[in-house]
Every structure is written in C-alpha cells, then in structure tokens.
Design a protein around this ligand. Structure first.
Ligand code: GTP
Length: 280
C-alpha cells in the first residue's frame, strides 16, 4: 500500500465509522517496533474506546524488551500483551484480557439481566503486523453471528471469535507514522512499509548501528563480523560485508539481503524500539 493524503483521509473516515460499533479496539503492533508501529491517531479514531494493544510476532522480538515495553505501556495506561499468532495456544489470552479491560461494562450488562454479554471488537493496525493471521486464527470456522447486531454497514459481518468475543470480518489497515526517518527505517526493516518508498542503504545503516550497539553477537554469528569490524561505522561495515559475501561492490545487493535476513528472522530476535529510560 502506498499512503497518499487522500487515501489516508478515506481510510480514516471508514475506520472511524466501523469503530463506532465496537466495545474494544484490538490494535495490533509488531513487537519488534511496538512504539513505532502504533498508529498516531487511533485514540482519536476510536473516540476514546478502550484499546488492547497486541504486540504480535513476539517470537521474533527481544523478549526482555517485550516485557519492558508491556510495563512501559502499562504506566501510560495502555494494556498490552505479547503474542505469537502462529502459536494457537496463546490466542485465548486475547479474550481473557478483553474481559478484564471491559469488566465494569460487562458487570453492568449482567446486572441488567444479560447473562453472557458479548464483546465486539475489531482488529486494526499498520500493514504486515499480523492482523489477518490473528483474525483468521481467532474466528471459529468463519461462523457469522446472526441476529440483530446494529452498527455495522451492509457488507460486514461479526464473526464468532471466542466464548463471548465477536470480531468484525475485515481488519482495519492503518497508515504508519512518517514523521521521522528513523521510524521509517524501523518500519521498513519489519515490513510495515512498502519497498518502493525507502532506500535499502538508509535502512541498513540504521539497523547496523542498532545491532552493533545491542545485538553485536548476532552480527558476529551471522556475518562473521570480527570484534575490530564492530568498531567500524555502519557504512564501512556495509562495504566489508558486501565483499565478504562475494557481492563485489554491489552494496545494494547486500543491503537487500540484510533486510530480507532481518525480516525472515535469520539475524535472530531483535527489538528496534529502545525502551525509555524510566522503565528499564
Ligand atoms: P496487511 O494485509 O498487509 O495489512 O497484513 P496483516 O497485518 O494482515 O498481516 P498478515 O496476517 O498478513 O501477516 C503478515 C506476515 O506475518 C505473514 O507472513 C504471517 O505469516 C506473518 N505473521 C503473522 N503473525 C506472526 C507471528 O506472530 N509471528 C511470526 N513470526 N510471523 C507472523
């Protein structure tokens, strides 16, 4: 997806409309970039409805930082959970936490005589964070919920996604943050922004600096980077590694390979959003 202002405005309007019908917003982010992949406008779009932040792809993220981010979000008043949507056993956690977030509202409904109050939710998130994967794995045999369910436009359905959880049948694709080139590099490396709008060398320079500082042993293992080479600036290291891999002076080829390696988990687990000092 290429995001142009007109496109963004349209997506914004549609998602706002659809979110009117939900009790809870399931915002999916990539656990490797939990802060950078949050949509800047979700609170406003959701008209301050409760949000459950799902840090997906936790299997690819740095587990220590994942835990620190969960605590950081908690301090900011946001409930976040780590998830690996590929492992089905963890999925029921979403419903459980959703019930906790909405406990007061559900209790009120029970007091009014509704025995099993339903939670209606919608998955939203920037591209490639795993929205469809989560949705498909949560919904049980694609059973549409029939009966009177107001607030949804004609072509949409609620799907049963748990004992009390119902999900809108299509996730909302949100636009990423653009304001800062560092965020752009992070989102490119994890695949949330399309290949056409970034330069591989910018992304890899950023990523190599980050890996040198925090994940140097992974660089040493995968690309046989020596201790001395770790002292080199990233641009220099790109030249060294391009040669080492037999790509001669084709630096772009190395950069593209590096990005693919990172996306495929070949560089090991990493998190690019550094946890703010007060939380660590
Ligand atoms: P868009 O349609 O682009 O908005 O993507 P999406 O957010 O719906 O993501 P999708 O579910 O298509 O997943 C993107 C890729 O990530 C797929 O290749 C999934 O298999 C993979 N994926 C999803 N969840 C996880 C996860 O928890 N761990 C890992 N390792 N991969 C995941």
């Amino acid at each position: 997806i290429q995001w142009y202002p007109g496109h963004m405005a349209k997506a914004q309007k549609q998602i706002k409309e659809r979110l009117k019908a939900v009790d809870l917003i399931l915002e999916i982010v990539d656990a490797r970039v939990p802060e950078s992949s949050i949509n800047p406008m979700i609170q406003e779009l959701g008209q301050n409805k409760p949000i459950l932040l799902i840090m997906n792809k936790a299997d690819m993220a740095d587990p220590r930082r994942t835990q620190q981010w969960i605590e950081t979000f908690k301090k900011r008043g946001i409930t976040a959970i780590a998830l690996d949507a590929q492992h089905k056993a963890k999925l029921p956690m979403i419903e459980k936490v959703a019930q906790e977030i909405l406990a007061e509202k559900l209790a009120k409904k029970r007091a009014k005589g509704i025995r099993n109050p339903v939670i209606r939710a919608m998955c939203v998130g920037v591209p490639n964070v795993g929205k469809s994967t989560i949705l498909n794995r949560l919904v049980q045999k694609n059973i549409a919920v029939t009966g009177n369910r107001p607030g949804v436009t004609k072509n949409q359905q609620w799907l049963k996604a748990g004992q009390t959880l119902e999900l809108l049948d299509t996730p909302g694709v949100l636009w990423p943050k653009f304001e800062d080139p560092t965020i752009g590099s992070k989102l490119a490396l994890t695949g949330a922004i399309s290949d056409a709008i970034y330069h591989p060398d910018d992304v890899v320079i950023f990523a190599l600096e980050h890996f040198k500082e925090y994940y140097s042993s992974q660089l040493q293992k995968v690309y046989k980077v020596t201790d001395a080479e770790l002292e080199e600036p990233a641009a220099e290291l790109i030249m060294i590694l391009t040669k080492r891999l037999g790509f001669k002076e084709d630096y772009d080829r190395f950069c593209v390979k590096f990005i693919n390696d990172a996306r495929q988990g070949k560089l090991g687990r990493f998190t690019l959003d550094v946890v703010p000092v007060e939380a660590s």
